[in-house]
Design a binder for this molecule. Structure first.
Ligand SMILES: Nc1ncnc2c1ncn2[C@@H]1O[C@H](COP(=O)(O)OP(=O)(O)OP(=O)(O)O)[C@@H](O)[C@H]1O
Length: 531
């Protein structure tokens, strides 16, 4: 198997003729090599699972391995959505082209999904189960076909794998046995991905009253949930950026997934096996950020009894992720600009110029152009950083389908983590989630669902189990006794204090988060809260 090709993003795969248009993957047969069922699908997929993203590549690795081991010409992987009783082809699917969608019972793959048994078609010309319209659409000639169910550990059919054209002419009984072993491994792999919650035929999590509106499975990035057009646009940029060393600037409200996207760029880049190092500019007092970034030489300051590497050096060969980029103090902005432009820097107290071999990804929730206008941010650094700009949409703009996917994803994750069995999210709970505007975005949703998973009774998440807090501005307006904006009796200090308290409440007392939302440093917040 050409494992290298599997590690490339989906858009980078070479696919043959029109067949590629239907999202099918090809692998040259190697008839000279004796396939062994002990060859592990899990092994081929392992690097993708630990990297946690680029699900397309993972699925391709799974299919490539099985196609290769069974010396078939091609393979198609379908994912089964038990609730709508449909199947979708997913492997190496090109976003601009329709995927194959079948109903249960339709064609050979649909029959296998419905009945859960292997079907071997040794001669398509004489077998009525074969639907010749596929070949007409693709220009490919299918001669023989082996189609098998992929099950999860609970025995549910979650996928169907179809192998086309045995290199030796026909698939035999031994091939069928091997295929079942490999399909078993593929089931374990699929079960470890974020797709799994969406695929279970009779999953433990029902979203009440929502069967018809329920979206089909998403499959773009493992662990990154969301198929809204806004997120698809983000994935497209991530794919393009990943293959290069270009600096990326991610902008988005707190909790929209900026770090997750930064990691996705890294793990899909050629630097993936080198470190991903994060610097958070808000968690450190100003004086320490330079030391954190560039390290210091011995004797640079009192107590510096040996020289120490900074994060730029620690990230050498890999990616430096600068979180809360907008908080970077002006003098350091100049030094970072030099790193981006000339790939050079010096340690604190050092004279030797060190070469930086890093890719930089920056993230901020701040409006940098406005900061530039106020003289708080360097314009040259801004343009140098936003070679690839990515804007993450707030959760409230991602649409109902994405919210539901995320709810399912987090219910599944936290039910597993806390070993709770959750059967249902009630209609009232869903209505409450859909009505909330999530100022804390996905992090707020995630924390809310985790809490509900732990605290709910009887395996059902109800509206009362959701610890959703009222948005600060709405809260201030609604509290009749509290300070009102425009009240001539109010001092600025009182108004500021009230606003800080409202934001803190919205952040459930998390001061770092509140400082971020208020656009001030944590130390400043602590000072303002005062004794
Ligand atoms: N699309 C997504 N699918 C699944 N989980 C997500 C998604 N986006 C964000 N999350 C989860 O939400 C939480 C917040 O994400 P992350 O830390 O990346 O946000 P952020 O924008 O960097 O936040 P901040 O600005 O506060 O640093 C994390 O636990 C992350 O795993």
């Amino acid at each position: 198997m050409d494992t290298k090709s599997s590690t490339r993003p989906a858009s980078g795969f070479a696919r043959p003729r029109a067949w590629a248009n239907l999202g099918l993957v090809t692998s040259e047969p190697k008839p000279g090599r004796e396939p062994s069922p002990r060859d592990s699908v899990a092994l081929a997929a392992a690097p993708f699972l630990t990297r946690g993203v680029e699900l397309d590549a993972l699925l391709v690795a799974v299919v490539d391995t099985i196609v290769d081991r069974l010396a078939a010409e091609r393979g198609t992987l379908y994912l089964v959505d038990g609730r709508t009783r449909t199947l979708y082809s997913v492997v190496a699917h090109l976003p601009e082209l329709a995927r194959i969608r079948l109903d249960f019972g339709q064609g050979v793959a649909g029959t296998v999904a419905a009945e859960g048994k292997v079907v071997s078609v040794s001669n398509t010309a004489t077998d009525p189960r074969f639907d010749a319209t596929f070949d007409q659409r693709t220009g490919f000639t299918t001669r023989s076909m082996l189609t098998m169910p992929i099950r999860d550990s609970g025995g549910e059919v979650i996928g169907v794998l179809q192998l086309l054209n045995a290199a030796r002419g026909q698939f035999n009984a031994e091939d069928e046995q091997r295929a079942m072993v490999l399909a078993g491994q593929a089931g374990q792999v699929l079960e470890a991905t974020s797709l799994y919650a969406e695929l279970r035929a009779r999953g433990p999590v029902e979203l009440d009253g929502d069967d018809a509106a329920r979206p089909g499975p998403s499959y773009t990035f493992n662990q990154i949930v969301g198929e809204s057009p806004a997120m698809q646009a983000v994935y497209a940029v991530v794919r393009k950026a990943a293959g290069t060393d270009a600096t990326v600037l991610i902008n988005g409200e707190s909790g929209t997934g900026k770090e997750l996207i930064a990691r996705a760029v890294h793990v899909n880049s050629p630097r993936r096996d080198q470190p991903f190092v994060k610097v958070d500019c808000t968690t450190l007092p100003e004086a320490l950020i330079e030391n954190e970034l560039f390290g210091h030489e011995r004797g640079a300051f009192t107590g510096a009894d040996r020289s120490t590497q900074g994060k730029v050096e620690a990230a050498s060969g890999g990616t430096l992720f600068i979180d809360e980029f907008g908080e970077l103090p002006l003098p350091l902005q100049a030094k970072l600009l030099r790193v981006l432009q000339d790939h050079e820097f010096e340690r604190v107290g050092g004279t030797e110029t060190i070469r930086a071999d890093i890719r930089v990804i920056c993230a901020t929730h701040r409006d940098l152009p406005a900061m530039i206008d106020r003289g708080d941010f360097r314009e040259d650094l801004y343009y140098r950083a936003r070679v690839v700009p990515i804007v993450l949409p707030p959760l409230r703009e991602r649409g109902r389908a994405d919210l539901l996917r995320l709810v399912e994803h987090f219910v599944d994750r936290y039910a597993k983590r806390h070993e709770r069995s959750i059967r249902r999210v009630s209609e009232a709970a869903l209505a409450r989630l859909l009505a909330h505007d999530f100022p804390g975005n996905i992090r707020e949703l995630e924390n809310c669902i985790e809490s509900a998973v732990v605290l709910c009774d009887g395996g059902v998440i109800d509206a009362d189990d959701l610890p959703l807090v009222v948005r600060p501005r709405a809260h201030a307006k609604r509290s009749p006794g509290g300070p009102q904006l425009g009240d001539p009796e109010l001092t600025l200090a009182e108004l500021e204090r009230a606003h800080i308290e409202a934001v803190l409440e919205a952040c459930q007392g998390n001061q770092s988060e509140a400082a971020r939302r208020l656009g001030i440093g944590r130390n400043t917040l602590a000072r303002k809260l005062g004794p």
